[in-house]
Each structure stands twice: as C-alpha cells, then as structure tokens.
Design a protein around this ligand. Structure first.
Ligand SMILES: Nc1ncnc2c1ncn2[C@@H]1O[C@H](COP(=O)(O)OP(=O)(O)O)[C@@H](O)[C@H]1O
Ligand SMILES: CC(C)(COP(=O)(O)O)[C@@H](O)C(=O)NCCC(=O)O
Ligand SMILES: [Mn+2]
Length: 930
C-alpha cells in the first residue's frame, strides 16, 4: 500500500503516480508529461526528457543508495523467474536468485522526489507472502548523504540506512562493472567511441580511478578491496555546475551542457595565438589554438558579464574543469606508474566535449602513450558497490561441475534496453511497465513527440557529422579540441539481467577472446546502416505478423503498432549513435527485435506458421528416411547435408525467402532448393574432411548396406528453424548419428525468435517423429530414462570404448517399420556399462536467431562432457555468429546464405550460396578466436 501521507507529494511531482494500490494496474498517465520547457527547440537539440509515470513495482528484493553532494543514485533489484526449460537449475522453484538490476538518479536537493519514487514503487518494503509479517527492506547507503539524511529516511520510510564507506563502494562498484559488463569501458577521441574490455585481471589492475562527482577523488586500485586514495581535487563537477549557474543563469545541468555546445571558448580563454600574434609556440609544442590561460582574455577586454555569450562561458568552464582533472589524473598516474586511467562520476554525463578534453589532456601529457577510459555507468559506481554489500551477485569464479572450467562472472550478465530507452534520452526510470495497457498508451502518447525529437536530433547529428568530416585532420593530431560540433551523446544504461546459472560454452577454444559476431557493425558504419535498413524494411511485415498472430483484434493491433514504433525508435537511435547501447553486434540487433516483441506481449509471432510447417514436413519424412536409407553410406552423407542445407531455406527472417513463399508450396520450394541450390560443390566446402572423419571408425571398404560406426561419442547440434529445416534436415542427420551409435544432444532456443524452433516445441515434435521412426523413439526413451535417473540434468557421457555395433541389427532398427519399435534394452550390449544412442534436448538459454556462446545455461554446459563434435546450423548461428569461432572439438557449420550482401561480403558469393564448413578440433594455442 502506498503511504497516504506521501501521495500528495507524489502527485505534485513532475512525474506523479496515480495514487493506486500496489498490485492494481490502473495508472494515471496525466502525470507523465513532456514539459513545456523540454520541447525541442526550446531546449535545444536534445530529445525531450520524458518522465515515465511511477509504476507499480515488480517485486523488489534489494535496494542501495549513494547520496552525494549533487545527486542521489538508486540501484534496485527485482528477482526474475527462470525460463521453463531452465527450471531444473532452480530445483523447480523457478527462482534462481537471478533478476534485473535497475538504475535511477535524482538531484540531492530534490530528496523528496527520490523518497516519493521509493514510496510509489514500494521499494522500501519487502513484499511478503499473504500471511507473513511485513519486513522493512534493508537499505545499504553510501555517500555523505547517508549520514546527513538518515533521519529523513527514518521518518518518511521508517528505514534505517546501513552505512557503507564511500571509497570502498566506489572501488567495489568499478571493479564489478569492469568485470561483469562486456562494454563498460570505452575511449572517446576524435568523436569515435572505442570499447575496451579487460579480459583478465592482469588487463585491469592496477589502475587509476578518477571519480568526478561534486569533487574529485583519485584512487589507485590494485584488486578487489585493494586500493588507496592517492589524491583528489576540489575543482570538480560542483565547481563547473556552481560557476555555470552563477555566470550563465542556467539552472539545469543538462541545459548547461546543451548551452556549452553552441559556445566558442576563444571569446573568453586566452590562447597561445593571442599572446604570440597568431603564431604557434612550436618550441614547446604549443599550437596557436592551445589555451594559454582559461578565462585570461576577460582581463584584457573591458566588458561586463552581460557582454559575454553564456554559451562561450559554459564551454570555457567545461573545458577548464575537464582539462584540469585530466592533467591531474595524468600526473598521479605517472607518479604511481599506472598505465590505465578510468573516469567515472556524473560530471561526465557522456558529454562529447568533456570526454574529448579529458582524453586530450591524457594523450597530450603522456605524449600519446595513454588514453583516458570512461565508464558507461559513470556515476553509479558507488551505488553499485553498496548494492553488492547486500547482494553479492558474483563470488568470482565459482568452481562448478568438476569436469568443467571455472565459471566466468561476465557470462551471467546481459544488458537490455527497454522500449523507453530511445525516447527517454538516456535517463533511467526503472523497470518496464507491469501492465501492457500502460505500456502501449505510453508509447502511443509519446511516440509522436519522441519521433519528432529523435528526427530533429538525427538531422542535427547529420549536420554535425558533415562538419566534422569537412574539417577532419584538425582533430586527428594532438590538437586542443575545437568547439564541439557533435550532437550530445546519450550514454544509455540499460537494465542489467543477472542469470547466475549461465556460463561460457565450455568447448570454446578461446573463451577469453571469443566474439560471436562475424561482422563489426559498430565501427563499420556502412555495415551498421545496411543492417538497420534490413530491419527497418522488414518492420511492417513483422508488425503485420504480430497482429495476425493474435487474431488481429483491436488490442493486438494497438500493441503491434506500439511495438513497431518502439523498435523503429531503437533503430533510429542506433543510426545516430551506434555506440549508445555499448558495442552492439548484429546478433544484438536481431535479439533486440525479439525482446521488443516480448515487451509488447507477443510471445511467439510465428507459432502457427511453425506448427503448419512442422506438420507438412512430417508428412514427407518417412519417404525421405526410406530414400536416405537406400543410399550407400557416402552418398547418404552427401544427401543428408544437401537436404539439410536445402531445408535451411525456410527462414521467415530473410526477405529473399519470404518472397519465395508467395510463389510455391513448402514442398515445391524444398525440392527446388534440394535439386538446384544445395547441390555440391558448395561455396564453402570442406566436406571431404568431414567424410574422412565420418568413416574413420568404420572398416573399409564401405559396403552399401553397412551402417558405419560413429567416430563421435556425443554430438551437440544447435538447431535452427521449425518445419522442413528441423524435420527434413537436422532430424535425419541426428538419426544417422544415432544409428551409428553416437549420442546426440539437440540444442534449441529457450525463447522464440522468428521461426526458430523452441526447446519446448522440439520435445513435442520428437514425440511425433518417434511415431514414424523407431530410432528416434528408442533414443528419446533412453534419454528420458537417463534424465530421470540424473535429476533432470544430462549425465556426462559414459566414457566407454566405442561400441562396435552389428550393422544388421542397426539396419533392422533403422527400417521404417513402426510395428517393431526397439527399446534401448534390445540394442546390442558391448559390456556391462554399454552406452545407448540417446537423444537429449536442451535449451540454449537464448531467444535470438543468433547464438552467443558467452553465456549458456549450466544444463547445456553439463552436456559438453564427452562431446566430440559440435554442429551449428543456420545463417544466424553459423554465419552471422560463430562463423570464425573455433572449438576444442570438431565442428561442422552448415547454412544457406539467404542474403546477397552477406554472401558477397563474406566470400564474394551470391544469395543461396551454401556453407559446409568442417573444422577439426582447434589445437591449443593454434590461433583460435579472431
Ligand atoms: N542532472 C544533474 N544535476 C546535477 N548535477 C549533475 C547532473 N548531471 C550531472 N551532474 C554533474 O555531476 C556532478 C555530481 O556527480 P556525482 O557523481 O553524482 O557526485 P556526487 O556523489 O558528489 O553527487 C555534479 O556536480 C554535476 O557536475
Ligand atoms: C535472421 C536470420 C539470421 C535467420 O536466419 P537462419 O538462422 O534461420 O538461417 C536471417 O533471416 C537474416 O539474416 N535475415 C535478415 C537479412 C535479410 O532479410 O536478407
Ligand atoms: Mn532461424
């Protein structure tokens, strides 16, 4: 329940909540407003700051505060249920202590607003089971305000702040973020963002942490909890803010930054050229444009404050403070022999000019040797550190299952950007709406203003880009940054999703350097633009699909339209600022579309198409199996792969394929693909190597009737699309391996993405396949029994010598006579611990058409024990991602390329080219990764 006393205050706040009870869905949108002074034009080029109305909260388990001299930073955590296929890991409770971490900030002078927010969301109360007593939330707090405002928190919320040391929290937060978030740190020079990830502790420590809040702290950090505050300065963010307010009459901080962007500091700063008559002082390396004395020109001009443009003053102040801090940071780094310098604190605010200036100071004084690094979570370091005291999310490197490597902390975190991100201009307002109607009306209400604003910002951005291009060179060398021509860069901080049961795929040859994405779409703007265009072009089709997937009701239409607007806004955002969300790759773009659909309640847009295509493909499966079984082993392997590549054409995510569906039935397309497009030789074709390995455990010469012996013990197969792709492609291939005596683990998406089959659908499908295929039936039964005996987890491979099976028995088994289904017990027994050809199914933990092996569920990681072949299928999983990744075991990558640009870009090829890439296990140290 909302405290009645606070309701009045909450309503009076700019973004007032409806005084509704927790748990009800009513939400008063009147409070959510784009205020007049925030309109484009009045407020300059920035997107309007849109205040999300207070929302009914998710269940929140922990909160932490950092109450500084200028800002209050709030971090809170809402636990989340695991996807259904990952329940085993949670002992069936669905809770695995995973959840979402949210970041919010307020001005300290507006402490009531922060308290209203906490009250409206009920963050200060531990929600209870219906009968239990209400507990007070434990609130960790750091920063001076934890002392100064303790009474207010006690009075208004009834909570006692548990105080934590500020420097301790700062360091804990920085260390955590730098290790847990992939793209936390970046450099910013010459208007270019470059993300730098520390891959090992030795890449990180020791470092200098410069926190620019109201004042400045400089800490030498050597490890977790190992630090020393070596210096500081009173000339910090407060100095800039204070002097700016005094001299420019600007009130808001962002307003001052905006203002400074129109400024010309040479009107107030004394430059070297002013002293040397427009000449450089080249003897000591100073160009004419270097500032000799900040505000020095004011002395010689006989002018009053009112004669100066406030923009020039704002810019000169920003530069003065930034440059001084950069200089001090360099001197301290030098003094302690530190090579890496990270800058945090909210003074920076992703402001290009601030970052350019600090970077310039570090580069200049280090004679080009060092580069300043910035943190995306800027001012949240202390709050995150305080949060970790009550909820330590990642005891580093827990040793899991004995046979596997230690888990990596980073694998457990992923950052997601909600639909509000592009509109709200980098401000963070808590979790997504709990009620769909609220969310949709919010988008409807703000989409026009938001779109107008992002368009204005984009025009501004384009203008700035051409200006920068036209004077390139002047910023390239060690020159003082000119007055900023870049539009404001909004660093977006998303919601951090924490999944403690995720870890890197254990079979990666080089997990540290593994990068799933094949193309670099962040640095390569043309590439980014190409894929943004692709997604933009497809958007109306997806909106239509979404709508019809739910019977085109008016509700579905509104939600689909809102999805369309929200996703379009993300695309626009990325077109302007490819680095706004960190270093997103192509895989993230595709995933963002799926996440956005989910956010608007579309749980599975292609569900009916998938069902229809599965049914159609099942009809022809028995004939296909007969046809394959009649071939001799080598021809059969070729036919299996050709069929698999052909079936990969059923891809609702590719424009070229969707166009095909208008002119033919599923079967016609499949036949055409199999006889024409997927015939050997393929564009990338290392089939001969596969063939050699495939028959390496079988006595030669191969006879026509013989079923070969599998050289592989356990094969993990990442499957792709529903319908023909899985039924006529991957399943027959898996069946062949099972027949040869291998164990097979099929890995499917945990959540839907386009027409990819999900793990739940796959299990059902295999039951249907089992009806017409005794091999699949027996292998599924054996797997289910093994799972039952092993508490739902895939047991390690039994680890036996290879079973040599009698080919006649196997041929019996493979016959498509369903009258005599064989149980596993009827399989030939080699010794007491005989192994069965079991067919397991496990979720990939992902909901994307691509495959990011940096984080897979531990249930899948378990399955790698004993695996000696990994098969990755499809354009998303084997081409967009993982095309260049290497594995500790043999790998087979199979895909049809359904996009002309991509085929051309990768190997000068054409649309419908096929890839059959067999790669033997990477030898240790043998140039893995890329
Ligand atoms: N919206 C804002 N309001 C006030 N100050 C801001 C704002 N955004 C950025 N700042 C800058 O950030 C500084 C505060 O940074 P922060 O890291 O939160 O430090 P502190 O803990 O001292 O409050 C301010 O002095 C100001 O320069
Ligand atoms: C989303 C996809 C990667 C899915 O392909 P799949 O993995 O199913 O083979 C692919 O459809 C794709 O890249 N589509 C966008 C490009 C296009 O429309 O041509
Ligand atoms: Mn797919």
């Amino acid at each position: 329940m909302v405290d009645t006393r606070s309701q009045g205050r909450a309503q009076s706040a700019a973004a007032a909540a409806s005084p509704s009870k927790r748990g009800t869905s009513a939400l008063d949108l009147t409070g959510a407003a784009i205020t007049q002074e925030h309109r484009v034009g009045q407020r300059g080029r920035d997107a309007p700051s849109i205040s999300l109305p207070h929302q009914n909260a998710d269940y929140v388990s922990h909160i932490a505060l950092d109450i500084g001299g200028s800002l209050i930073k709030l971090v809170y955590f809402s636990p989340e249920s695991a996807p259904p296929d990952m329940l085993v890991a949670t002992n069936g409770t669905g809770r695995n202590a995973g959840g979402k971490l949210h970041f919010v900030k307020f001005e300290t002078s507006n402490i009531d607003q922060a308290i209203d927010f906490i009250v409206a969301k009920g963050l200060h109360q531990v929600p209870t089971t219906s009968d239990g007593p209400k507990e007070k939330m434990r609130v960790k707090a750091t920063g001076g305000g934890a002392y100064k405002y303790a009474d207010i928190f006690k009075e208004r919320l009834g909570v006692l702040l548990e105080k934590e040391d500020e420097m301790d929290c700062l360091v804990a937060g920085a260390n955590f973020l730098l290790k847990a978030i992939r793209h936390e740190a970046f450099t910013f020079e010459n208007n270019t963002t470059h993300f730098v990830a520390a891959k090992a502790d030795s890449d990180l420590y020791p470092y200098l942490l410069v926190n620019i809040g109201s004042g400045v702290s400089m800490l030498k950090v050597e490890g977790d909890g190992q630090y020393e505050r070596i210096s500081g300065s009173s000339l910090g963010g407060g100095t800039f803010w204070g002097l700016c307010r005094l001299l420019t009459k600007c009130k808001g901080f962002d307003e001052m930054l905006e203002l400074s962007m129109r400024g010309d500091n040479s009107k107030v700063d004394m430059l070297v050229g002013d002293i040397y008559g427009d000449r450089d002082y080249s003897n000591i390396g100073l160009s004419a444009s270097t500032i000799a004395s900040s505000f020095g020109k004011v002395v010689s001009n006989d002018k009053g404050l009112e004669d100066y443009d406030p923009a020039d003053i704002a810019l000169a102040l920003c530069r003065m403070v930034s440059y001084n801090i950069g200089h001090l940071a360099y001197l301290n780094a030098k003094r302690y022999g530190l090579q890496r310098v990270f800058f945090g604190g909210f003074f920076i605010r992703g402001h290009p000019y601030t970052m350019e200036t600090i970077s310039f100071a570090i580069r200049f004084w280090s004679k080009g040797e060092m580069a300043a690094r910035f943190l995306r979570h800027e001012g949240f370091l202390g709050a995150v550190g305080a949060f970790l005291k009550v909820h330590p999310m990642s005891p580093p490197n827990i040793q899991t299952n004995s046979a596997r490597e230690p888990r990596k902390v980073r694998a457990r975190f992923v950052e997601r950007f909600s639909m509000g991100a592009p509109y709200s201009g980098g401000e963070i307002h808590g979790p997504a709406f709990s009620d769909m109607a609220e969310k949709v009306s919010w988008v409807e209400r703000f989409v026009q203003v938001g779109t107008a604003a992002t368009e204005a910002a984009r025009d501004e951005h384009n203008r700035a880009q051409s200006q920068i291009r036209s004077r390139s060179g002047s910023l390239g060398d060690l020159e003082t940054p000119q007055s900023p021509a870049t539009a404001r860069m909004h660093l977006h901080v998303g919601i951090l999703h924490y999944t403690p049961s995720c870890e890197p795929f254990p079979l990666l040859a080089d997990p540290v350097n593994y990068e799933p994405n094949t193309l670099d779409v962040v640095t390569d703007r043309d590439e980014m633009d190409f894929w943004l265009d692709v997604l933009q072009d497809q958007l109306h089709t997806v909106v239509e699909k979404a709508m019809s997937s739910e019977g085109s009701t008016s509700g579905a239409q509104r939600r689909a339209a809102a999805f369309g607007s929200a996703f379009a806004a993300h695309l626009n955002k990325l077109r302007m600022e490819p680095g706004a969300y960190g270093q997103l790759g192509l895989a993230d773009l595709f995933e963002m579309r799926e996440e956005c659909l989910r956010e608007f309640g579309f749980s599975d847009v292609y569900r009916l198409d998938k069902q229809r295509e599965n049914a159609a493909a099942l009809e022809v499966l028995p004939d296909l199996m007969n046809e394959l079984d009649s071939l001799d082993p080598e021809a059969r392997l070729t036919a299996l792969i050709e069929g698999l590549l052909a079936a990969n054409i059923f891809d609702w995510g590719a424009r070229a394929c969707v166009d095909l569906y208008h002119n033919g039935t599923i079967l016609e397309i499949y036949r055409e693909a199999r006889t024409k497009m997927a015939r050997r030789p393929w564009r990338v074709d290392t089939f001969d190597g596969l063939c050699k390995r495939w028959f390496s455990a079988t006595a030669h010469p191969l006879t026509a009737e013989a079923v070969p012996t599998s050289p592989f013990r356990r094969v993990i197969m990442f499957v792709d699309n529903a319908g023909a792709d899985i039924v006529l492609g991957m399943i027959p291939f898996a069946r062949e391996l099972l027949r040869m005596g291998a164990e097979v683990v099929l890995v499917a998406n945990s959540l839907p993405a386009i027409n990819d089959i999900t793990v739940v659908e796959l299990r059902t499908l295999l039951e249907a396949v089992g009806e017409v295929c005794p091999i699949i039936k027996a292998a599924r039964d054996a797997a289910l029994m093994a799972l039952e005996l092993n508490g739902g987890r895939i047991p390690p491979y039994p680890g036996l010598a290879r079973r040599v099976m009698s080919s006649s028995r196997l041929t019996d088994l493979g016959g498509s006579s369903p009258s005599s289904p064989q149980t596993p017990a009827a399989l030939p027994v080699e010794d007491s611990q005989h192994r069965e050809a079991r067919l397991f199914v496990v979720g990939s933990g992902q909901g994307s058409p691509c495959l990011d092996l940096r984080r897979v569920p531990d249930l899948l990681a378990d399955a790698t024990v004993g695996t000696d072949l990994v098969v990755i299928e499809g354009m998303g999983r084997a081409i967009h991602t993982n095309y260049r990744s290497r594995f500790k075991v043999d790998t087979l990558k199979l895909a049809m390329i359904k996009n002309q640009h991509l085929a051309h870009r990768l190997f000068g090829g054409n649309v419908y080219d096929c890839v059959c890439l067999y790669e033997p296990a990477a030898t240790p140290g043998g140039g893995n990764g890329h």
